[in-house]
Design a protein around this ligand. Sequence first.
Ligand code: FE
Length: 194
Amino acid sequence: MTDDTSPQSIRTEAIESLLIEKALLSANAVDAVITTYTERVGPMNGAKLVARAWTDPDFKARLLVDATAVVEEYQFEGGQVEKLVVKECDPFQHHVVVCTLCSCYPWAVLGLPPSWYKDPAYRSRIVAEPRKVLSEMGLSLSESTHINVWDSSAEIRYLVLPQRPKGTETLSESQLAKLVTRDAMIGVAQVNLP
Ligand code: FE
């Protein structure tokens, strides 16, 4: 969410203009970072992995065994995937990711974390009462589905491989990728047909 009138935004803009004025930073450099995080680094990268895993069993097997190596091959920008682990959801097991300590997150495949991910309420409650928090976020899971909560850290980051929705058998890999959302790859949502 962008709020250009928040004290943080105003302070950031003031610092940015001062740094540019003093020639310590160039406006182009700032633009380049913004372009990187809006166009090249974001959930579209994780979505590519998910869609390919849904359509290519060998790729999925490799992704589940060593996601770090797979992601290295893709050479995504953004970092924070030095050790990436992918957890696959099925009707019996759901996975959801948190960083209880701060906000560790796999930037190269998901972009920057949403603000709720950094919220102390999410960080503590998802561990204590995951089923309740997920249902508050719009994901109601059956009582028979076990929920695993994975705590990210500076050493290890997680990506959730959501279940492929029914009725998508005829879709291509790129059409499938468009269905995959950031929230589904954190594990607070499922992938649905529009
Ligand atoms: Fe963290």
